[in-house]
Design a protein around this ligand. Sequence first.
Ligand code: IMP
Ligand code: MG
Length: 182
Amino acid sequence: MTFDSKEEWKSKIKRVIISEEQIRDVIKKAGAMIDSIYDGSPILLVSILKGSFVFMADVCRQVTVPCEIAFMAAKSYFEGTVSTGHVEITMDLKHDISKYHVVIIEDIIDTGRTLNEIIKILKVRNPISLRVITLLDKPERRVVDLKADYSLFTIPDYFVIGYGLDYGESYRNLPYIAEFAE
Ligand code: IMP
Ligand code: MG
């Protein structure tokens, strides 16, 4: 997305809904949750790009047991602003996940369609276990029966930006989560 000025870019940041401090506090709890899975088998943290790259970077540094990091990228097809559930894996894992406890590190669950498809794809590969940690959850918007094992913040139906989340590829670098001014 292009902007005519820095002011125009700034004017779309309506208000901060989750501050850097609030994020920092819950990230510690997410790290502890991942630690508790450890039973001697390796843990694989899987970030779904691009939205969860910031969350992954913070959360993995709170983990104090052996773990490996991997990235997957998926293209979700949308009808207007809503995902259709048709998902194409554009970057796949290289790990044989049958040897790992897999933890999906997700930025946001909205309708749930994208993650639902990714879970189906990963389950076929028989991971030792499969869990989902999401930073944000918009349960009001859900159209499939999907619940994260651990959800850090539940938010109303706002379009949010920052901390990895974008609007037209911009705003991922904001250190907090803000409501986007449509
Ligand atoms: P779902 O398939 O409807 O659950 O949506 C999946 C993807 O839509 C998320 O992984 C995000 O990339 C994107 N998305 C949904 N809501 C928001 C939002 O409020 N801000 C930024 N991206 C969002
Ligand atoms: Mg995402």
